[in-house]
Design a protein around this ligand. Structure first.
Ligand SMILES: N[C@@H](CCC(=O)N[C@@H](CS)C(=O)NCC(=O)O)C(=O)O
Length: 307
């Protein structure tokens, strides 16, 4: 059987050319079908490629072994192990709860479109709070067991302030007001990424900050909101070693994650000074957490690992 035939100009056509050549009759139908066929083929190929990639990733993610968490997060920074306070929150929890984990930086954005997320025993979980809830019950651990109900409730309110209020001050300042300038000095990104980053982040994050609400304030007002959050944290911490008292609790994971961004990822700015000068018990707290949870802090940093 031949795959070739001859068109009206007498030139040989392959089956492929024939597929996209209008016959004399039924031209209208073909004109309609052509984009449908081409589009459908394109969608099918993209879907196949995507599925293949996903399947390959799934195999990699599952290869870490039973009951080992794979923490998907951004690459390490120069001064602080992560630019994402929520990634550090989960990593801090994993360490305090003695749960085995490995890190993946190839797919930092998860099923909810945010970083971090985790895979464990074939399950994918997103959102730091849901991740910690799940792991706490899966492994039967409670970092809050030494807290009474009232203290645990106060610390949950503190945690929400850190994750959903202080966080937005840092986002608004880092990506929009400071135009990523300080941020880029704290990360080791490729030349193209460094060039492109501010070009889409500044306007993108301004829009997000406005949708959240904080983006409607002036730069000084945003700083004042951040200062008030730090004052609150400094007041709740007082002279204790940790928010959980003599031992870190769940809230410490979140608060430490957020404060690390001021302490190590805002060098030379008044945002850094909030913890180092204005409320120095917060800087002492950060150093204490770093020593307790991250004895390998320096080895994790990008200059040391060359990731
Ligand atoms: N509620 C989420 C927040 C996570 C989050 O906002 N992550 C940021 C990085 S710090 C992110 O992925 N942002 C990407 C985006 O919003 O498009 C959690 O607790 O995990």
């Amino acid at each position: 059987m031949t795959v070739e035939s001859v068109n009206s100009s007498g030139v040989d056509m392959t089956w492929f050319q024939k597929l996209f050549t209008l016959p004399e009759d039924g031209q209208d139908l073909y004109r309609f079908l052509k984009p449908v066929i081409v589009g459908g083929l394109g969608v099918f190929l993209v879907w196949k490629m995507f599925n293949r990639r996903k399947w390959k990733h799934r195999q990699e993610w599952d290869s870490v072994g039973k009951d080992v968490v794979l923490l998907h997060q951004f690459v390490r920074g120069k001064y602080c192990p992560n630019l994402s306070p929520f990634a550090l929150k989960v990593e801090t929890f994993l360490r305090l709860a003695n749960i085995k984990y490995e890190v993946d930086t190839k797919t930092p954005i998860g099923p909810k479109g945010k970083c971090p997320w985790i895979s464990i025993n074939g399950d994918d979980l997103a959102d730091s709070e849901f991740v910690i809830d799940d792991l706490s019950s899966r492994f039967g651990v409670s970092l809050d067991r030494h807290l009474d109900t009232q203290r645990a409730a106060v610390l949950e309110a503190v945690r929400i302030m850190a994750d959903d209020h202080l966080f937005w001050c840092v986002v608004a300042w880092r990506y929009w007001l400071d135009k990523c300038h300080t941020f880029l000095t704290t990360q080791k990104l490729g030349t193209v990424t460094t060039f492109m980053f501010p070009r889409f982040m500044v306007s993108g994050m301004k829009k997000k900050a406005q949708l959240q609400g904080i983006g409607h304030h002036t730069p000084h007002e945003i700083y004042l909101i951040c200062r008030k959050s730090c004052a609150t944290l400094a007041g709740v911490l007082g002279s204790d070693d940790f928010f959980g008292g003599s031992d870190p609790c769940r809230a410490d994971c979140a608060v430490f994650g957020q404060l690390t961004q001021l302490m190590w990822n805002a060098p030379g700015t008044r945002y850094e000074q909030l913890v180092t000068d204005v409320y120095p018990n917060l800087a002492r707290y950060c150093l204490r957490m770093k020593e307790r949870v991250y004895p390998d802090w320096t080895q994790l940093l990008i200059n040391h690992t060359q990731q």
